[in-house]
Design a protein around this ligand. Structure first.
Ligand code: SAM
Length: 278
């Protein structure tokens, strides 16, 4: 049996997957792309040695990345997804019928092509006529845009390499500028078990720019630390309550999950003060 040993630079533990079959391997201009099949998880997408998604559990991550802020927004029309080349975030965004346009800004076109070929259930909405693809750096895309977009979602690789441009204060300022008056933003921010200081740093940087910043979590089996965080920010409204009916077709996200996903206030304050010790 061949084994895949994940090489996650931030993880104190290493995951090992049995590989039934290697389906694809290619070095793109930006990263090494690998697709393999595992008996439990189905097809697995790996970029630069780090697992990005598996067929079996991807919906936990994609639903929880997208739906909390989309349901917290009273009337979103225009969305922007940065990264997310597999198409999972885009698929969830277009479940919202009020969305008229989705800018899909993925730097590496090869990831999109790979997902279309091997992950049809994830990439299913990439060719939806509402979706406009731009293969470029998300930080470049948002620079100098004003008051145009209702929802921005960052679904990037980990906070290193070319994804680093998506976690700077300059980037967060550009996001705030590009958002409309009730605009909202969400980005992945690593694990509350393993990366507390990194989570607190993302929150602190967002707080320099946005009046409303919050944190919620979801259980992701295949990301190191599992207790995965999402940092959300808003130009005006709070995000702890859904403001619209829940879309159909979701498997994990619900109104109850929305409410309980946000960090309890005392835990949240401790995190910000870097007083969480575990
Ligand atoms: N859900 C996954 C995770 O957390 O592991 C992320 C999946 S998605 C495949 C990540 C994508 O972000 C990659 O395809 C990568 O090319 C893209 N990406 C990274 N930095 C980017 C940037 N600065 N602008 C646009 N896309 C970027």
């Amino acid at each position: 049996m061949i084994r895949f040993f994940e090489k996650d630079p931030y993880s104190p533990i290493q995951y090992v997957y049995d590989v039934d079959k290697v389906l694809f391997r290619k070095k793109s201009e930006y990263q090494e792309i690998l697709v393999f099949k595992n008996g439990y998880f189905g097809k697995v997408l790996v970029l630069d040695g780090v697992v990005q998604l598996t067929e079996r559990d991807e919906f936990f991550y994609h639903e929880m990345l997208v739906h909390p802020i989309l349901h917290a927004h009273p009337s979103p029309r225009v969305a922007l997804v940065i990264g997310g080349g597999d198409g999972g975030a885009v698929r969830e965004v277009v479940r919202h019928e009020c969305i008229e346009k989705v800018y899909f800004v993925e730097i590496d076109r090869e990831v999109i092509e790979t997902s279309k070929r091997f992950f049809p259930t994830v990439s299913s909405e990439i060719d939806n006529p509402k979706v406009e693809i731009h293969n470029m750096d998300g930080a470049e895309f948002v620079r100098n845009r004003k008051n145009e977009i209702d929802i921005v979602i960052v679904d990037s690789t980990d906070i290193i390499g070319f994804a680093r441009s998506l976690f700077t204060v300059e980037f967060f300022r550009s996001i705030k500028d590009c958002l409309t008056d009730q605009g909202m933003f969400v980005t992945l921010s690593e694990s509350l078990h393993f990366h507390r200081d990194m989570v607190a740093d993302v929150q602190e940087t967002l707080r320099l720019v946005f009046p409303e910043v919050d944190l919620y979590t979801a259980p992701i089996a295949t990301y190191a630390g599992n207790w995965w965080t999402f940092s959300a920010a808003s130009v005006s409204l709070g995000m702890r309550e859904p403001r619209r009916d829940i879309v159909s077709g979701v498997r994990f996200y619900s109104e109850e999950i929305h409410r309980q996903a946000f960090l309890p206030q005392r835990l949240y304050e401790k995190l910000l003060k870097k007083e969480l010790k575990w």
